[in-house]
Design a protein. Structure first.
Length: 229
């Protein structure tokens, strides 16, 4: 067995065996031997403690990592980066190694919110990737930053044009459209009425929207009539 690195030792000191079992059940595609079992708030605290230290900078440039929690720590360290170009560069270096939905979905650099125009160029690249979690990350970024004040109808078209056989891509597309229905109902509804989405994504988006408290009872009743049988 290889000697543990300093950061790996820190992670094992935070290990929770019961939580590890819970995490493994949520991620059936991840080798259980690569899961330590560290709760997310502890990982975020560790990222804040390590950020800016030489050990953290070195850690960000050693890929791939051995453990799931190392990947999450990596994601949380990137979130602390305040320089937009550096954050994008680190994201692009890391995305090819992201291998699960949890690491993908938790990673959201704060600096992105201040650079929405530049970020769109990166999102267009990510959603046209051949990598499942790179595409998912791109859709997630579009959902987080472009469905409120920055919303434009073409963003819906960008996601509706994604056709994939990957479950984790399709689930994020459905989540995107369910959120869009909650936040931009009038603009999003035609994409459902005109069947612009693949059938599975279409029905899952309706299901998720109906589960949302932000959708009115009247809207939910109508959306139910639009399911593809």
């Amino acid at each position: 067995m290889k000697t543990k690195t300093v950061i790996q030792k820190k992670l094992f000191e935070l290990q929770d065996a019961e939580y590890r079992q819970f995490q493994c059940r949520l991620m059936p595609n991840i080798d259980p031997d690569t899961v330590i079992g560290v709760r997310t708030p502890q990982l975020r605290r560790l990222a804040k403690e390590l950020f800016g230290q030489p050990s953290a900078d070195a850690f960000l440039h050693v890929l791939p990592h051995a453990y799931y929690e190392e990947n999450n720590l990596h994601a949380f360290l990137i979130e602390e980066v305040k320089d937009y170009e550096k954050a994008v560069d680190l994201i692009n270096q890391f995305l090819p190694y992201v291998d699960n939905w949890a690491t993908c979905d938790q990673m959201s650099p704060k600096v992105f919110a201040k650079h929405r125009q530049e970020l769109l160029k990166e999102i267009r690249i990510w959603i046209h990737s051949e990598r499942t979690y790179t595409i998912r990350f791109g859709i997630g970024a579009l959902m987080r930053f472009y469905l409120d004040a920055s919303f434009k109808e073409p963003y819906l078209k960008m996601v509706s044009a994604i056709h994939s056989e990957e479950y984790y891509v399709n689930m994020m597309s459905a989540w995107f459209f369910a959120t869009a229905l909650a936040k931009q109902y009038e603009s999003t509804l035609p994409y459902i009425e005109k069947h612009c989405l693949d059938p599975w994504v279409h029905n899952k988006a309706i299901q998720k929207a109906i589960e949302s408290r932000r959708i009115t009872p009247e809207q939910k009743a109508y959306l139910k009539t639009l399911k593809i049988k």
